[in-house]
Design a protein around this ligand. Structure first.
Ligand SMILES: [Fe+2]
Ligand SMILES: [Fe+2]
Length: 399
């Protein structure tokens, strides 16, 4: 039997802890739940035993939730950090958007709590080695290109600036897109649906909040990845943006609604986010993996598994899960190089991203006569091999 996962709940109000204990009674066979009435007590517990997830209140006397979670991040980077709190102002949310993976708002129903915690735990099980998880969990933010950040800051000063313009700028940078959507989709903003486009996020959050967020990100993510032979952040961004455009075209040609096509576009933009995680957090090992893929002519995911222990797809999917992205976006990151491992039948966002990735790579090589590098067995299984030429035609001008 697999060992129980350990979840630590922290709240200064005893009745909240009692309520959580009652609410999650049905999970007792799977989770060992520990309750602490404050930050100091929580840190003491963590000294004595390891935990998989910590769920903390934000406003507590003494040590606040964001202070506690920042300490947890530094001392125990492998723990998933969630907040369960009452109303909080934008200011305090922005303060903790770095150290925190997800927000839940009180009162929180049983289903939301169980699903949020379970999803983070399940995705973590992908990794055989605990240290692999912390490649993602220790991360506060991904690096944006300084030139993008400067461009954005300049746009905020323009008299004719609009949420659409800012949204489009953000949409060209996957680190900023990921962060802003993590924030807008956090429960604190009380939205009942998932926001899928940066422009909509800007509209909902307001320009001043977005500006503060970009400034905050500038502080903790200015460090561009060290020089890694064979990796360029610039090229990755161009590739990601092109895959996003092509994915959207394919989605629309298959009759997806405009809203679904926006989600597909986002999945395309974020499919290789794991590469950015590696470039930021494991640059030396990532450089070895890139060199190995080249010299031994093996797939980059195979080389990454060999050198680091996990593929960029797995690492990216874990990050997107922790940051509360929807399943189709997570699945697209996880399976974009091996779609047949995903059991789904018929067309999906994953299909679009997998094909778009191949089309963009094909269009950017000199030898256009080569066969498209897609998984034909997968396309055959879902009955869509015939659509390939249609998609290629629809996307012939995007690279
Ligand atoms: Fe990839
Ligand atoms: Fe890619």
């Amino acid at each position: 039997m697999p060992s129980k996962k350990r979840i630590l709940f922290v709240d200064d109000e005893q009745k909240v802890l009692d309520g959580l204990r009652r609410l999650l009674r049905s999970m007792r066979s799977e989770w060992e739940m520990i309750f602490a009435s404050g930050g100091e007590e929580a840190l003491q517990i963590l000294k004595e035993q390891s935990c998989d997830v910590i769920v903390s209140d934000l406003r507590m006397p003494g040590m606040s939730g964001d202070q506690l979670l920042a300490k947890v991040r530094r001392r125990y980077p492998g723990i998933v950090r969630l907040v369960l709190s009452g109303q909080a102002d934008k200011e305090s949310i922005l303060k903790c958007v770095g150290p925190i993976h997800q927000f839940m708002q009180k009162p929180c129903d049983e289903e939301t709590l169980k699903t949020t915690i379970s999803r983070a735990l399940e995705m973590g099980d992908l990794f055989a080695d605990e240290s692999l998880k912390s490649i993602v969990t220790e991360l506060e933010s991904l690096p944006s290109l300084p030139s993008h950040q400067q461009e954005l800051m300049a746009q905020f000063q323009m008299p004719e600036v609009s949420p659409k313009l800012i949204g489009e700028s953000i949409g060209r940078d996957l680190a900023m897109t990921a962060k802003i959507l993590q924030l807008v989709n956090s429960a604190f903003f009380g939205l009942r649906r998932h926001v899928g486009s940066p422009a909509e996020a800007v509209l909902l959050l307001g320009m001043d909040t977005v500006q503060s967020l970009v400034t905050t990100m500038q502080v903790f993510s200015q460090i561009a990845p060290d020089e890694i032979r064979g990796f360029s952040q610039d090229k990755l961004l161009l590739h990601s943006a092109a895959v996003a455009t092509v994915t959207k075209k394919i989605a629309l040609s298959e009759g997806l609604t405009h809203e679904e096509a926006e989600v597909a576009c986002l999945a395309g933009l974020l499919h290789d986010v794991g590469k950015l995680v590696y470039a930021t957090n494991r640059p030396e090992q990532y450089a070895v993996a890139i060199a190995m893929a080249r010299s031994e002519q093996i797939h980059i995911e195979e080389a990454e598994r060999c050198v680091i222990g996990a593929s960029h797809g797995e690492i990216g999917a874990y990050l997107l899960t922790l940051w509360a992205f929807e399943s189709p976006i997570v699945d697209a990151a996880l399976y974009h190089h091996s779609p047949n491992r995903h059991g789904g039948s018929g067309f999906s966002i994953l299909t679009a991203v997998h094909v778009a990735d191949a089309i963009v790579r094909h269009n950017s090589t000199y030898n256009h006569t080569d066969k498209l590098n897609v998984d034909y067995e997968y396309l055959d299984r879902i009955g869509l091999v015939d659509r390939l030429s249609v998609w290629q035609e629809a996307c012939s001008h995007a690279a």
